[in-house]
Write a protein that binds this ligand. Structure first.
Ligand code: ADP
Length: 621
């Protein structure tokens, strides 16, 4: 078992946990605290009034007083129960919502992280562990919420029970031994012993629970992969059937069920320790009862007081047990909270400059005239053994059409990622109008680019919102962009036009779209942004030949006046670009126009061109 944190650190971590809870789930702790307070008071109020009734019955028997007590029992219970119900409703509603707010903690962090950090294995692992612990077992923040209730009710219980039990020691029985103040210590000793036994049991139980949690995380991951990802994902359904993965899933389930049976042992052990603690608590309680009974026998108090003292001592014991349990359990909560904070504290490494892009006096080019230069840029992915880009130097100006070609893994997409500052170069620099791009305000810098990534994603929102990436948009402009991207025909058949939802996540009437249609919408989204640089990574890979031909025919119109950077495997589609650069193993090995490159019979471009050309008729060349 991991050593638990020192008390000082636990206090700091717990405090931070409460602050986080309050900022994401405002009011939750307040409602839970009030509810716990009311819930803890209720039984003790009943014990006290019941004792008074019995005393009255066995001693003075005053009928009006008895009625007064009965009315007090009924009235107190009614009021406290009503209050409890109201508070419980409010708290339960907030508690049900808290899981959504916990998700928001994770999504806020993911949004704020640098893309480069987001991709790192350690970051993903830290997120996964913190997330699974919180959502599978409520470890960390969930525990804080529940322990707040426990702490409040046990504190109230201890205070009120103590006040009900004071007269037990002050009532004289006439027997010097039984009236000795040492009995206070003896009773307290047995009560604390019960609490201690409970806390040790919790400690042992937590030890097993942590191990069990780890195994369960593995179980949960495997189970959700096989039961959801593999079996239910429509995207995988074809491959699962063709490659007969049902058998692999069946074997995995069999294995997991056997593992689950092994876990039954851990569950039994976890249940055993609290049961043993109950034995110690039972012995302690019995001692207290005997003490109360002997004093009553000696005439120190009446039958009603017996009920009061026994009830109060039991509540006092339970309160002390609970408080010790909360303190022990807090060690586990802190370990998990520390994991969560370790993830939340991952810093944003990206240097964010302050220069605005539009307001720059652009050398002698005038406004909106941009020049980008890669100056001896090398880049290695975090944890990779070799550079994915090697000494890349390249300059391009606004209005130019640049094609980037090369085999798979030659570094084309990495080049674009660096251009968009998703990563910073490991060596060399990228300049915008002669100034390192790190010096510009990042958001402003990003506003220069419209990108259609190869693995772009559309969202399950209405079509118009997808194109404009905003709920507030210009419908005419969105429609124009869709038309230019070749989506006119399909748009005319959509039931609600731009208001039609894509996919069915939010709307049962949402439409499913093909890969080619999605690519057209992604292109329209890039057009709508209307940024000076248009980057298209394999923009027509999912289109049919007719749609592809249409896009090429209107390519000049689509990218009019903008700098277009165009990545493609289909070399014939690069012919209309002003310049073609050929990437190979992370380096630029050739550059020039199509005619120049194809004339170099020893070059890579010639090789790639002829490898593809054999599949086309002579007139394609
Ligand atoms: P291309 O776009 O030309 O197919 P990429 O730029 O995607 O090539 O990849 C260039 C090289 O970088 C490849 O060797 C690839 O395996 C590696 N690479 C790409 N992405 C990552 C990543 N996130 N982490 C580590 N290596 C990567």
């Amino acid at each position: 078992m991991k050593k638990s944190l020192p008390m000082k650190e636990r206090i700091t971590v717990t405090r931070r946990g409460f602050l986080l809870l309050n900022s994401y789930c405002p009011g939750l702790l307040k409602d839970k605290t009030l509810y716990a307070f009311a819930a803890a008071i209720q039984p003790l109020a009943s014990i006290w009034i019941s004792a008074q009734i019995i005393n009255e019955l066995t001693e003075t028997r005053r009928i009006p007083v008895l009625f007064g007590y009965v009315a007090a029992v009924i009235g107190t219970n009614f009021i406290v129960q009503l209050l409890k119900n109201v508070l419980n409703k409010a708290a339960a509603e907030k508690e049900a919502q808290m899981w959504n707010f916990f998700e928001k903690i994770f999504s806020d962090k993911a949004m704020s992280l640098d893309y480069a950090d987001l991709e790192k294995d350690q970051v993903q692992q830290a997120r996964k562990e913190a997330h699974e612990n919180l959502f599978l077992f409520g470890n960390g923040l969930g525990e804080l919420v529940w322990s707040t209730t426990g702490l409040v009710s046990s504190t109230v219980q201890i205070l009120t029970a103590s006040s009900l039990v004071i007269t037990l020691f002050s009532s004289a029985s006439g027997n010097t031994v039984m009236d000795s103040p040492l009995w206070i210590l003896a009773v307290l000793f047995f009560i604390v012993l019960g609490g201690y036994a409970n806390s040790r049991a919790t400690h042992r139980e937590n030890h097993l629970f942590e191990r069990w949690c780890k195994d369960s995380v593995w179980f949960y991951r495997s189970f959700s992969f096989y039961s959801q990802e593999l079996s239910m994902s429509l995207e995988r359904a074809k491959d699962v059937r063709i490659y007969e993965q049902e058998e692999a899933a069946r074997r995995a389930f069999q294995y997991m069920t056997a593992k689950d049976r092994e876990d039954a042992g851990a569950i039994f052990q976890m249940s055993l320790y609290p049961a043993l603690a109950r034995v110690v608590i039972g012995v302690g309680n019995s001692f207290c009862w005997v003490y109360v009974a002997v004093k009553a026998f000696l005439g120190a108090y009446g039958a009603g007081s017996i009920v009061q003292y026994i009830g109060a001592l039991e509540r006092l014991g339970a309160g002390i047990q609970d408080i010790l349990f909360q303190i022990t359990d807090n060690a586990v909560a802190c370990t998990h909270l520390k994991g969560l904070f370790a993830y939340l504290d991952i810093p944003n490494h990206k240097y964010n400059g302050t220069l605005p892009v539009e307001k720059r006096a652009f050398c002698d080019h005038g406004d909106m005239d941009y020049e980008i230069e890669f100056h001896n840029v090398s880049f290695r992915y975090p944890g990779a053994k070799q550079d994915s880009l090697k000494h890349v130097s390249l300059k391009f100006r606004i209005g130019e059409r640049l094609a980037v070609v090369g085999m798979n893994g030659s570094g084309k997409t990495t080049f674009i990622k660096l251009l968009c500052r998703l990563y910073d170069p490991t060596e060399g620099e990228i300049l915008l109008n002669g100034i390192d791009i790190r010096m510009y305000d990042y958001e402003e810098y990003l506003s220069l680019f419209s990108v259609v990534f190869q693995d772009f994603r559309l969202f399950s929102f209405p079509l118009g919102q997808n194109v404009a990436t905003d709920t507030d948009f210009d419908p005419e402009r969105a429609e124009r962009c869709l038309n230019r991207a070749g989506f006119r025909e399909r748009l005319s058949h959509l039931p609600d036009g731009l208001a039609t939802c894509l996919y069915k996540d939010f709307d049962a009437d949402g439409v499913e779209i093909s890969g080619g249609e999605a690519q057209k919408i992604a292109l329209a989204r890039a057009l709508y942004k209307d940024a000076p640089f248009m980057i298209l990574d394999e923009p027509t890979a999912a289109l049919d030949p007719v749609a592809e031909a249409e896009i090429y025919a209107s390519f000049n119109d689509i990218v009019s006046g903008k700098t277009a950077i165009y990545i493609s495997h289909r070399l014939s589609s690069c012919k209309f670009c002003d310049e073609i650069v050929v990437f190979h193993e992370g380096a630029i090995i050739q550059r020039g126009s199509h005619n120049e490159l194809v004339a170099d019979v020893t070059g890579k471009y010639y090789e790639l061109w002829h490898a593809q050309a054999q599949y086309y008729t002579a007139d394609t060349l």
